[in-house]
Design a protein. Structure first.
Length: 302
């Protein structure tokens, strides 16, 4: 398993951009949650808890990608997916390594915090990711919801970490966190269904019950745009509520996000091929990046 080329292939298959976006979002939220707690300044305990939570989240995410690719191997091979770099045995080996490493990290963190019930959290997420890849992939509607919930939960992990560090969190910060968790959930749902449209050919051959297969492509486009509409609506509602306190940068980024969502809504209505859905998926990832920038601006004014 452990030769140089396979490590390079692992990096390529780990969706490094996705992992970086998750880590950056968690880092920004952690700094925002802690910067106003002068009475309880950043210390080694807090830094350790934060680093452990981020590493654990990234290992969970990496493990989810690997076990998902393991169960999707034949499907990806059939549709000649370009991001298929590792063999099935390598995928399983690296998944096992990520799982063991994460378990050791969680065990050490629980010992450090003297809070062993946190291991239940580890077991729940591990079981959820494995169940998604092995079972829910056959029923992609449930799988899409599970992935979206877990993606949004990546921010809640930082809130839990902050609470464990005995830092009080203001209602404003909780409101910002809730908005961005809803933002991530809606965007992830739209993107997961878009990727189902991209993978339509392979899913048909493997009799996977995805939304495009069950409801047809035209109805699926309406469902995707429903989540885009929800995403635009909660963004506009947040803008309206906080407009007076908005920095110019926040106003510009919010405007770009809403306009980009509008463009994606239009593109969804006219797209009719795999390459088009792939491009839309990349734009949706860009919206996630803009959301991270907006999060940074919002936390900077508190």
């Amino acid at each position: 398993m452990g030769n140089g080329p396979s490590v390079i292939q692992l990096i390529k298959q780990s969706r490094p951009i996705n992992l970086c976006l998750i880590a950056i979002a968690q880092f920004i939220l952690f700094i925002g949650l802690n910067k106003n707690n002068i009475a309880v300044p950043l210390n080694q305990a807090k830094e350790f808890i934060f680093i452990a939570c981020v590493l654990s989240t990234l290992l969970f995410t990496l493990g989810g990608y690997l076990i998902n690719d393991f169960f999707d191997y034949e499907n990806d091979k059939l549709i000649a997916k370009k991001n298929r770099h590792l063999s099935r045995s390598q995928l399983l080996s690296y998944y096992s390594l990520s799982l063991i490493t994460n378990f050791i990290l969680c065990l050490f963190t629980c010992h450090y915090l003297e809070n062993y019930p946190l291991l239940i959290f580890f077991l729940i997420i591990t079981t959820a990711l494995y169940s998604y890849s092995s079972y829910f992939k056959k029923n992609k509607i449930a799988g899409n919801i599970l992935v979206s919930v877990l993606s949004a939960a990546s921010l809640s992990i930082i809130i839990i970490a902050t609470e464990l560090a005995n830092v009080s969190i203001s209602n404003e910060l909780i409101e910002i966190a809730i908005f961005f968790m809803l933002f991530i959930f809606s965007l992830t749902m739209a993107r997961e269904i878009t990727k189902d449209c991209e993978d339509l050919e392979g899913d048909k051959n493997f009799q996977i019950k995805s939304i495009p297969i069950i409801y047809g492509l035209d109805n699926t486009k309406l469902i995707i745009n429903l989540f885009h509409f929800i995403l635009a609506s909660i963004t506009l509602l947040y803008i309206y509520k906080h407009w007076q306190n908005y920095l110019l940068g926040s106003k510009v980024i919010s405007f770009v996000i809403v306009v980009t969502i509008g463009i994606v809504i239009y593109l969804i209505t006219i797209v009719d091929n795999k390459h088009g859905f792939k491009q839309i998926s990349n734009i949706q990832k860009g919206i996630f990046g803009l959301g991270i920038i907006l999060l940074a601006f919002e936390l900077s004014i508190l």
